[in-house]
Design a protein around this ligand. Structure first.
Ligand code: 3PG
Length: 218
């Protein structure tokens, strides 16, 4: 598959998701339960961060046990993690930022990728590698809605997944931007709820998020 085809696939995956919960798990049991709770609420796609020792094993386990969930490996920082994530069955890859060597490795990866950037110059570097579906991170810290509106003119071909600082209250505003393909965030899966096993709260919050997607996208 060409990078154009893989980016097209990334756009389709993200557009179908609308809202991408950014999930960090500390045990396999937690991974199972939070994924089931998100699915029950109506969010079938997640970004599973590679920030904990169990993350890669959790990714492989979820792909085996819950094949209906679309899983992006998140916080991908190295070529080793690209290879391991693909071997574990990741549907796509997400990075928080994308230095040149990582961009080259991602451009050659056989699955869809959503590389992260925080400035117009970084986004232009990614576009020069052939990417046109990118994550804006940390979105609220680098200008939020004003930044997205500002990027829409000069980088009009770019589809963006803003992540970082988005909440239930402003999710609809972000998702309504014409250059936004999807939004990411952890507000449906805060650590306190996972620690307490409050799976009903995860389901309730993800149901609200799914309703926001339906309302904005129709
Ligand atoms: C992250 O990578 O931590 C995500 O961007 C989530 O950001 P949030 O916790 O501000 O939603």
């Amino acid at each position: 598959m060409t990078i154009e085809a893989r980016q097209q696939k990334a756009e389709s995956l993200l557009r179908a998701a609308g809202i991408l919960p950014v999930v960090t798990v500390h045990t396999l049991d937690e991974a199972r339960k939070v994924s089931a709770a998100l699915l029950k609420g109506g969010l079938p796609a997640i970004e599973l961060t590679l920030r904990t020792p169990v993350a890669m094993e959790a990714l492989a386990m979820l792909k085996q046990e819950l094949p209906d969930i679309v899983i992006g490996a998140g916080t991908v920082l190295s070529t080793d993690q690209i290879e391991q994530s693909i071997a574990a069955g990741a549907d796509f890859l997400v990075t928080p930022g994308t230095p040149a060597a990582l961009a080259e490795a991602l451009a050659a990866a056989p699955i869809p990728v959503v590389p992260g950037a925080a400035t117009p110059t970084e986004l232009l570097s990614l576009m020069a590698h052939g990417f046109r579906v990118c994550k804006l991170f940390p979105a609220s810290a680098v200008g939020g809605l004003a930044m997205l509106k500002g990027l829409a003119g000069p980088l009009s071909d770019l589809k963006i997944c803003p992540t970082g600082g988005i909440t239930e209250d402003n999710a609809a505003d972000y998702l309504s931007q014409p250059n936004v393909v999807c939004i990411g965030g952890s507000w449906m899966v805060p650590k306190a709820w996972l620690d307490a096993g409050d799976w009903d709260k995860v389901t309730e919050s993800s149901a609200k998020a799914a309703a926001i997607v339906r309302k904005v996208r129709g």
